[in-house]
Design a protein around this ligand. Structure first.
Ligand code: ZN
Ligand code: ZN
Length: 75
């Protein structure tokens, strides 16, 4: 199995000045413009969530395996 979260390690490019910021940054280090939130798919339902969200908005997954609503899972 070769699973790696797609967006977590990628630097975020500032749309305003083009500076590459660490992925956890929410604003550009160089110019202070707001950066788009890094989206990672929920492990239980697969719906992309902003990285800083702790509870999945779709299924309610909170980090514990099986905590998500199985009926909300993507087929
Ligand atoms: Zn910038
Ligand atoms: Zn979910």
């Amino acid at each position: 199995m070769c699973f790696r979260p797609p967006e977590t390690k990628k630097p975020k490019k500032c749309g305003a000045c083009g500076f590459f910021n660490p992925p956890q940054n929410t604003i550009c280090k160089k110019c202070g413009a707001e950066l788009p939130a890094t989206m990672i798919p929920c492990p239980e339902c697969g719906v992309p969530q902003p990285m800083n969200v702790k509870i999945c908005e779709n299924c309610g997954y909170n980090g514990k395996p099986g905590s998500g609503d199985p009926t909300k899972r993507k087929a």
